[in-house]
Design a protein around this ligand. Sequence first.
Ligand SMILES: [Zn+2]
Length: 70
Amino acid sequence: MINTGKCPKCEKILQNAHIEPIELKQGFNQATWNGAAISCPWCKTILSASIDPLAIKADIVNEIKKLLGR
Ligand SMILES: [Zn+2]
């Protein structure tokens, strides 16, 4: 596979990207969610940020366990 996607800032072709945890807030003193930010490994520009799918999965499993009384 030959990667062709470029970072919008430094314009290097990315073979991989960094992921780091980020806290998502709706506002001051509001609920927070676990998020993940994906950034360029060269210049650290954030390419994307979103809810962390693994944290959502863990939350759903815990909710189901609670509903089942375990
Ligand atoms: Zn970059």
